[in-house]
Design a protein around this ligand. Structure first.
Ligand code: SF4
Ligand code: SF4
Length: 178
């Protein structure tokens, strides 16, 4: 009888100890709230450090097509298309500015040589796609607020840009100032 009572007591104590751990974890996770409640990803981007090197931001309206970024890239993954600007304008009209993210290693070596500061590393870290073609982003075909705006590059916009034949903005379209 004494052994039986002892076994019952130990079983109840073990069960109580297990339930205590379960209950403590439940209360902690209830207080802490789920990860998705903190960040609401992907609707709201996860906070990153100020010097985080994510997908680029690029301003087509400032770029002069000098090729310095493409030459600085150690893996040759920047492809720039350009044409001579029609007179009276000088320089080039940038018709394409594609970066192949299957090759890019986010080293930021393309940022420093830019003489007009129109390319930066952004804070986006996610551009999931179903095809490799989706990894080639032509910033000249993206709406400016997506290409230059912070944390707005997204797979839907990249997919839409594949249908665009001409760059979204060209200097040839500007009225002459003379
Ligand atoms: S971050 Fe580095 S690898 Fe990527 S495009 Fe710029 S220079 Fe090339
Ligand atoms: S270095 Fe700057 S201005 Fe020159 S092509 Fe690259 S992004 Fe454009």
């Amino acid at each position: 009888m004494r052994t039986w009572l002892s076994n019952v007591f130990r079983a109840a104590a073990t069960l109580g100890a297990g339930m205590h751990v379960t209950l403590r974890t439940f209360v902690q996770s209830y207080r802490r709230r789920a990860f998705t409640e903190h960040f609401e990803y992907p609707e709201r981007p996860v906070p990153v450090r100020p010097r985080y090197r994510g997908f680029h931001r690029y301003d087509l309206t400032t770029c002069i097509g000098c090729d310095k970024c493409a030459r600085a890239c150690p893996v040759d993954c920047i492809y720039i298309g350009k044409e001579k600007a029609a007179p009276p304008l000088k320089g080039f009209v940038v018709t394409g500015f594609a970066i192949d993210y299957t090759k890019c290693m986010f080293c930021a070596l393309c940022v420093d040589p830019c003489p007009v500061d129109c390319i930066f590393m952004g804070s986006n870290h996610d551009i999931s796609t179903y095809t490799r073609d989706g990894c080639v982003v032509d910033y000249a075909k993206l709406p400016l607020e997506v290409a230059w705006g912070q944390a707005t590059l997204n797979p839907t916009a990249v997919h839409e840009s594949k249908r665009v034949a001409l760059p979204v903005w060209t200097k040839a379209g500007e009225p002459s100032k003379t």
